[in-house]
Design a protein around this ligand. Structure first.
Ligand code: HEM
Ligand SMILES: *[C@@H]1O[C@H](CO)[C@@H](O)[C@H](O)[C@H]1NC(C)=O
Ligand SMILES: *[C@@H]1O[C@H](CO)[C@@H](O)[C@H](O)[C@H]1NC(C)=O
Ligand SMILES: *[C@@H]1O[C@H](CO)[C@@H](O)[C@H](O)[C@H]1NC(C)=O
Ligand SMILES: *[C@@H]1O[C@H](CO)[C@@H](O)[C@H](O)[C@H]1NC(C)=O
Ligand SMILES: *[C@@H]1O[C@H](CO)[C@@H](O)[C@H](O)[C@H]1NC(C)=O
Ligand SMILES: *[C@@H]1O[C@H](CO)[C@@H](O)[C@H](O)[C@H]1NC(C)=O
Ligand SMILES: *[C@@H]1O[C@H](CO)[C@@H](O)[C@H](O)[C@H]1NC(C)=O
Length: 315
């Protein structure tokens, strides 16, 4: 008798765990065993074609997760009756990688139709991009489903702008269940990729916490007005390799964005910046942890949402 009770109890636990609980690294191991391999190959090809794509895909996952959870909402196209997140303040003329996701989704639909979500593709693509560019690896938790909605207004307010001060950055991360340490750690993503003049103009023209010669050199390509789309490296030293030089730059007042330099500007977060600047393995280890944490933000599970057939459109 006691044995039965135990069994029923166990079944209940397992059922709860599977319907609304944790994501799992093995989620597709029986339904689409090739999934991870397909994504990995496609990411390697995309980065070979254009190195920056690795950075764009890493950011893509973040911009998905920070807006009502990791649910593929960022991928939905606008049309006459639907406004998505692509034209939100921080995505318009900035979010990239839609075509790469389309290619991956098409391959997955051919191999295992209707199985792998767009939200999971973004999570795997982010990890594979980091690995491909020399960063740490981690087991991507899977089993997210895709949203049938998107919200430009939530995207506008949940993704912090680069003009944010430290307290604004901290509160926006806390609101997502992420910590101050996660903020510093995940900002280390800016060790790869590029930003537009419009994103760092204020910092190079009107602020004092920037190395003067660094500011000067940026001013020569990013004018006081106009040429908004001119690009500069977020990590001036090695924009295509995932390393800890982003933090070393911050120690030297060579952060590109106002929000970057806020992390090392005489306050509580200086401690983390210094530790990561002197210990790459620590940064890598913490980065992997923080990525998993960000990837766990409010996933759709069970019968919520859907598995989109085309990542750009609700089924
Ligand atoms: C802490 C708050 C953050 C702010 C204020 C911020 C801001 C920005 C801005 C303004 C850009 C340049 C966009 C442009 O000019 O087109 C950028 C690029 C980028 N961000 Fe962030 N970001 C933040 C957090 C993150 C997080 C959490 C990740 C990933 C986990 C991330 C990954 C990236 C990457 C990889 C790029 C380069 C993208 C590319 O080259 O296409 N950022 N970010
Ligand atoms: C997005 O950018 C385009 C091109 O710069 C611009 O015409 C459009 O108004 C922007 N959309 C929003 C919603 O800001
Ligand atoms: C979001 O920001 C864009 C670009 O700044 C702006 O045009 C738009 O009105 C905002 N939309 C919403 C719904 O808040
Ligand atoms: C930081 O920015 C927020 C939002 O823009 C503002 O309300 C606040 O006063 C600022 N805090 C500091 C310390 O400057
Ligand atoms: C804008 O960029 C173009 C092309 O790089 C350059 O020729 C022009 O001088 C720039 N304008 C300003 C105001 O810097
Ligand atoms: C941080 O940087 C700003 C410049 O953006 C400066 O005004 C401020 O005094 C600095 N220090 C602290 C502790 O915030
Ligand atoms: C760097 O971080 C790693 C990983 O946390 C740790 O094992 C190692 O002791 C640290 N090295 C130093 C010099 O602090
Ligand atoms: C517009 O986009 C929404 C969201 O993807 C979709 O549900 C709807 O069918 C689309 N409308 C048209 C006419 O394609």
């Amino acid at each position: 008798m006691a044995c039965y009770y135990h069994l029923i109890f166990l079944i209940l636990i397992v059922a709860t765990y599977q319907s609304n609980g944790q994501l799992s690294p093995d989620y597709y191991s029986s339904t689409c065993p090739q999934a991870l391999h397909i994504v990995k190959k496609a990411i390697a090809a995309a980065i070979k074609h254009e190195t920056r794509m690795g950075a764009s895909l890493l950011r893509f996952h973040a911009h998905d997760c920070l807006v009502n959870g990791c649910d593929g909402s960022v991928l939905l196209d606008d049309n006459a009756t639907f406004i998505g997140e692509k034209t939100a303040a921080s995505n318009n003329n900035s979010a990239r990688g839609f075509n790469v996701v389309d290619v991956i989704k098409a391959q997955l639909e051919q191999t295992c139709p209707g199985v792998v979500s767009c939200a999971d593709i973004l999570a795997i693509a982010a990890r594979d991009s980091v690995v491909q560019l020399g960063g740490p690896s981690w087991k991507v938790r899977l089993g997210r489903r895709d949203s049938t909605t998107a919200s430009r207004s939530v995207a506008n307010t949940s993704i912090p702008p680069p003009t944010s001060n430290l307290s604004a950055l901290i509160s926006s991360f806390i609101a997502q269940g992420l910590s101050i340490k996660d903020l510093v750690t995940l900002s280390g993503s800016h060790t790869i990729g590029l930003a537009r003049c419009t994103s760092f103009r204020g910092h190079i023209y009107s602020e004092s916490n920037i190395d003067p010669s660094f500011a000067n050199s940026l001013q020569s390509t990013c004018p006081r007005s106009g040429n908004d789309s001119v690009l500069a490296s977020l990590d001036l030293q090695s924009p295509t390799s995932f390393d800890n030089l982003y933090y070393k730059n911050l120690l030297n007042k060579k952060g590109l964005l106002h929000s970057d330099q806020e992390l090392f500007n005489g306050s509580s977060t200086d401690f983390f910046v210094k530790r990561y600047a002197t210990n790459t393995s620590l940064f890598f280890q913490e980065f992997a942890k923080s990525m998993i944490k960000m990837g766990n933000i409010k996933p759709l599970r069970g019968s919520a949402g859907e598995i989109r057939i085309n990542c750009r459109k609700v089924n």
